[in-house]
Design a protein. Structure first.
Length: 668
């Protein structure tokens, strides 16, 4: 059961789809106290209490023992000391033996989650705004609680079916020729592929909804030709609009008064990729409709997928922070600069980006309510996603468009997916991706994944292979890397054949993945779950951080350590292990509950199916369309026979089909 508690005058975030009456009694489980830093909800944590949630954040699945902050940030290093990433998902589950409850804080401002950091056995959650709605959910099990919270937040986004295929991306593909080469290099080696991303290099001077006409002389023709070959182009869209008298978007936004403004009424200017830029007021309905309508320019060219970036919003500098930087530099010019001065100088420029002063400098018109940006900071990216998604639906209510965003807030999961931002080519970032998956699913973000191979730094062959072995299971399966790093398309490496083989497993699993995804949408369920959710009362399961449940029938245990040739796996019940090398080459091994050491050479990875369950398995294919139409076999350890409910549809429309349409597949 969910109860709602209201404090102050909450902002309309649009995150919640149900209207609940506010409770009048006192909030259970917490002490509530106003302090200088905000409104604080605190409680003591029992010795074994486990905390799951917070969506996109560093460290483990159990969030206990650190302090996190809801403050959407463009951060390049996802290290353990980072308190915020690009999205704020204020959902946290408390699990203390028999007693569990969940919390959703509908507060778009800064929230500090001190989860046993300052005092080991105390959680203290502080809302800087103090204006919020708090939803408290009690239930019999963690899974039940997450379902209820998800129902509160609304149905998850439905991507087109091809978006479950493998997508290749890199910051640096600048022309038709570059992209053709990527396509050709996959197709000629029979490496499966369904999409290619276009990063900012395709644009003309980094202007949204434009493309370089020399590099892409006939975008429509190009997109159509690729589609014949089952390949979709996925261009990036950034939040900021180039400030340029000759820029039509700038002129329109200005004339129609749709940009974020400063206290004096002038338009706020911050620099991003195109240089000085203005920021659409996505928190305003008119501005959302306007910006969204511009996606039509690319949709008209045959584009059917997008990724929205820089929407925290990221700001390299503003006129004000830049002026201040120069002032400091001028003050110090000719001085004998000591340590203090040198830090001052360095910070003036080094800390210029995403400056807190800038986030206090501009305002939104939330359909009549004027709000300073920092109060609602975490909503900006989410509302950009909404802007795009609503425009897509308006254009064609039956055509799903691929959309994933970097920044997010609860509610945005109804409009699009998200990727996990700028990770590094680090082994620890395979584990990090894994830890974020269930936390994101909990908040409704089912369509997610990380940059496989790692975005920053140089990848290695074995790292990419192990990343892909996790990516096989993530709905968004995209290889992406930064400009200047080692090129990491599969075909660049000597072991490309074994990576291709890994992808064949993904394509054979597509019917199951899609079915489980859609059922999770329909039932407000999670695709990835901590083991604790399926095995309540199992101590080991409660504390397992390096394995996940996947779909209703399966468990995964990726290898995340370099040079490892195997790993220990804990089986909370009897399961069938499938050791995959490719869709055609795998071995099956029934295993009993308990601990096992499993040998997994570099080209091998494991999937575990619960005893008594079966899952459909297709065939390796080079594109998703073929994968979805391949004949299915059933894999599983079911001595007494078992059946699987297969969800299928034609991929159109924005609501999953009801259960009556499921196909029952039976293994005798
Ligand atoms: O300032 O568009 O997270 O995926 O390749 C960097 C260039 C901007 C950040 C995104 C990344 C993308 C990059 N972008």
């Amino acid at each position: 059961m969910i109860r709602k508690y209201v404090y102050g005058n909450p902002y309309d975030t649009g995150a919640v789809v149900k209207t609940l009456p506010a409770e009048t009694g006192t909030l259970p489980y917490f002490e509530v106290e106003q302090s200088d830093s905000g409104l604080c909800f605190s409680r003591s944590l029992s010795k074994d209490e486990v905390l799951f949630g917070l969506g996109e954040a560093v460290r483990g699945m159990n969030k206990r023992g650190y302090v996190y902050e809801s403050w959407n940030s463009d951060v390049f290093d996802h290290t353990e000391s980072q308190s915020s990433l690009y999205a704020s998902l204020n959902l946290l589950l408390f699990c203390n033996g028999e007693q569990c409850f969940g919390l959703y804080l509908d507060d778009p401002g800064r929230v500090r989650w001190d989860l046993g950091y300052t005092v080991t056995d105390r959680a203290c959650i502080t809302s800087e705004n103090g204006d919020l709605a708090l939803y408290l959910c009690e239930g019999d099990s963690l899974r039940q609680i997450t379902r209820e919270l998800r129902a509160l937040l609304g149905q998850s986004y439905l991507p087109p079916k091809w978006a479950f295929g493998y997508i290749q991306s890199r910051w640096g593909y600048a022309s038709e020729k570059d992209i053709r080469a990527v396509a050709q290099n996959h197709r000629s080696r029979h490496i499966p592929l369904d999409g290619i991303c276009m990063d900012i290099d395709y644009m003309q001077d980094y202007r949204d909804f434009t493309w370089n006409r020399e590099a892409f002389p006939d975008l429509k023709g190009f997109a159509d030709q690729l589609k014949q070959d089952h390949l979709h182009l996925v261009p990036i869209i950034d939040a900021g609009i180039k400030l340029d008298e000759k820029e039509p978007l700038y002129q329109e936004g200005l004339q129609r008064d749709l940009f974020c403004k400063k206290a004096d009424g002038s338009v706020f200017v911050g620099a991003v990729w195109p240089g000085r830029a203005c920021f659409p007021d996505f928190l305003n309905t008119r501005a959302r409709e306007w910006f969204g309508s511009h996606y039509n320019t690319l949709l008209d060219e045959g584009i059917d997928g997008f990724w929205n970036d820089m929407n925290e919003p990221a700001i390299f500098y503003s006129d004000e922070t830049l002026a201040r930087g120069f002032e400091i530099a001028d003050e110090l010019r000719g001085e004998n600069i000591g340590l203090d001065g040198s830090f001052k100088l360095k910070d003036a420029f080094g800390r210029m980006a995403n400056h807190p002063d800038d986030y206090r400098r501009f305002y939104h018109d939330m359909d009549g309510r004027r709000v300073r940006h920092d109060r609602v900071h975490n909503l900006y990216g989410a509302m950009m996603t909404r802007s795009a998604a609503e425009a897509f639906r308006k254009r064609d209510a039956n055509k799903r468009v691929l959309l994933f965003s970097r920044s997010a807030f609860a509610g945005a999961h109804r409009y699009g997916g998200m990727w996990q931002g700028d990770n590094f080519s680090w082994w620890s970032h395979i584990a990090l991706c894994m830890h974020m998956l269930p936390a994101l699913n909990m908040s409704g973000f089912l369509f997610t994944g990380c940059d496989l191979g790692g975005f920053g730094c140089n990848t290695t062959e074995d790292l990419l292979e192990r990343f892909l072995q996790l990516g096989v299971f993530t709905p968004l399966m995209r290889n992406h890397s930064a400009l200047g790093t080692r090129e990491q398309e599969i075909y660049r490496f000597s072991t490309w054949e074994s990576m291709r083989d890994t992808l064949t497993v993904r394509y054979a699993l597509l019917p199951y993945l899609y079915s489980e995804y859609m059922k999770a949408v329909r039932d407000n369920d999670m695709l990835f779950r901590p083991l604790a959710m399926d095995y309540p009362g199992d101590e080991r399961a409660l504390h397992t951080e390096d394995q996940l449940m996947w779909g209703s029938e399966c468990m995964i245990a990726p290898v995340t350590v370099q040079n490892a040739v195997g790993r220990y796996v804990y089986l909370p019940e009897d399961m069938l292990m499938i050791r995959f090398r490719s869709a055609k080459d795998h071995d099956l091994e029934p295993m009993t509950r308990g601990d096992h050491y499993i040998s997994l050479r570099l080209n091998e990875f494991a999937l575990f199916i619960k005893k008594g369950c079966v899952i459909p398995f297709g065939q390796g294919a080079e594109n998703s369309e073929d994968a979805f139409s391949a004949p299915l076999t059933l894999l599983g350890w079911a001595e007494k026979g078992a059946s699987y409910r297969l969800y299928t549809d034609d991929g159109t429309g924005y609501a999953p089909l009801p259960t009556e349409h499921d196909r029952i597949l039976r293994k005798e």
